[in-house]
Design a binder for this molecule. Structure first.
Ligand code: FES
Length: 147
């Protein structure tokens, strides 16, 4: 069995930004049909900048560590910067994940995209096609593990 990096263990043991934002600008919830884990991300967006982010993840340790590091990655970033974050980047920031756990990091990328899509829908300025073009269809697209 492959060991988890210290960073994964540290984020799992002491996750950042856990909770919810009551008046969130956008909320994204994604689930992995294979393992049944669920990740929810709440964003507060002001002038295109993510000023606050919280998450709730009902999932494995790798999913919790991925959520935690993702909230740190996107806090203070613009929407466009946050949309560029990939699961690969999440894995790199975590110092790697065992191959069977790579799909857990995909949840984080998808949850961010889905929360931003929710924000755009609430804002009502973009059409559904434009939102899809920006945020993807938030369907699973892990390049490494084919989940
Ligand atoms: Fe389901 Fe990690 S095993 S997200």
């Amino acid at each position: 069995m492959e060991a988890y990096s210290e960073k994964v263990i540290e984020h799992y043991s002491n996750p950042r930004n856990v909770g919810e934002i009551v008046d969130a600008s956008g909320v994204g919830e994604v689930g992995n049909p294979v393992c049944g884990d669920i990740m929810r991300i709440y964003l507060k967006i002001e002038n295109d900048v993510i000023t606050d982010v919280k998450f709730k993840t009902f999932g494995c340790g790798a999913a919790i560590a991925s959520s935690s590091i993702s909230t740190e990655l996107i806090k203070g970033k613009t929407i466009d910067e946050a949309l560029k974050i990939t699961n690969k980047q999440v894995v790199e920031e975590l110092g790697g994940l065992p191959p069977v756990k790579l799909h857990c990091s995909v949840l984080a990328e998808e949850a961010i995209r889905s929360a931003i899509a929710d924000y755009y829908r609430k804002e009502g300025k973009l059409t559904e096609d434009e939102i899809k073009a920006k945020c993807g269809d938030t369907a699973s697209h892990c390049e490494d593990c084919h989940h």
